[in-house]
Design a protein around this ligand. Structure first.
Ligand SMILES: [Zn+2]
Length: 206
């Protein structure tokens, strides 16, 4: 199982963030539970993170947010202390043997909605690393970056489960549209409780 923790950064999640996603404060406890479980059960986790500079094209659509080096760009739950961390720059190249290691925390930087714009992650995807993998996706925003992540993984052959009580969208109409696209792509919906129960059950039967 791989967790995809999409853009859980202060500017999106905190109510006073530069591009606060409505209702995102309310999913904080579930985000915390999922990330704590990742550490506890050694779940490989990919955290995507907007790392912007002044004048980035995204700022023609949205107000400036997650400027690299500012508090708003920080992740709300900064560290998974139990998991070794690896940070991948936007243009980080993957060598031909690069794989997702077990029980690792990958921090993937990006400048546009799609986390597969990160060269390293895209290399892994093109090599089929996500094909047939069980991927659990949560974070913000349902109608933008979570959408790119979930649909991108589904297209890469992953079994994708979206944690419905740990995602939030920017606007109701685009969120409704994204949910319809998820269903059409065969993406399943789950809850934080179900994911955690599943992990506990797997450990007990191991
Ligand atoms: Zn951004």
């Amino acid at each position: 199982m791989i967790f995809f923790d999409v853009d859980t950064q202060r500017d999106f999640i905190d109510a006073d963030g530069a591009l606060a996603v409505p209702g995102a404060e309310a999913i904080k406890p579930n985000l915390a539970r999922l990330l704590r479980a990742a550490g506890q059960y050694g779940i490989t986790t990919v955290s995507s993170r907007c790392a912007h500079e002044d004048g980035d094209p995204e700022f023609e659509i949205f107000p400036p947010h997650c400027l690299e080096g500012t508090p708003g760009a920080e992740r709300v739950f900064a560290a998974l202390p139990e998991l070794p961390k690896q940070e991948l720059a936007v243009t980080a190249a993957a060598d031909a043997q690069a794989q997702l290691a077990a029980a690792r925390h990958y921090l993937v930087k990006k400048k546009v909605f799609d986390l597969f714009s990160n060269a390293w992650l895209d290399d892994l995807r093109q090599r089929g690393v996500f094909n047939g993998r069980d991927c659990v996706v949560f974070g913000v925003a349902t109608d933008y970056c979570v959408r790119c992540c979930a649909l991108g993984l589904a297209a890469a052959g992953a079994r994708v489960r979206l944690v419905s009580d740990a995602i939030r969208g920017v606007a109701p109409d685009t969120t409704t549209q994204a949910l319809a696209e998820f269903r059409a792509a065969g993406i399943e919906f789950t809850t934080t409780d179900a994911v955690l129960e599943n992990l506990q059950g797997a450990r007990q039967s191991a």
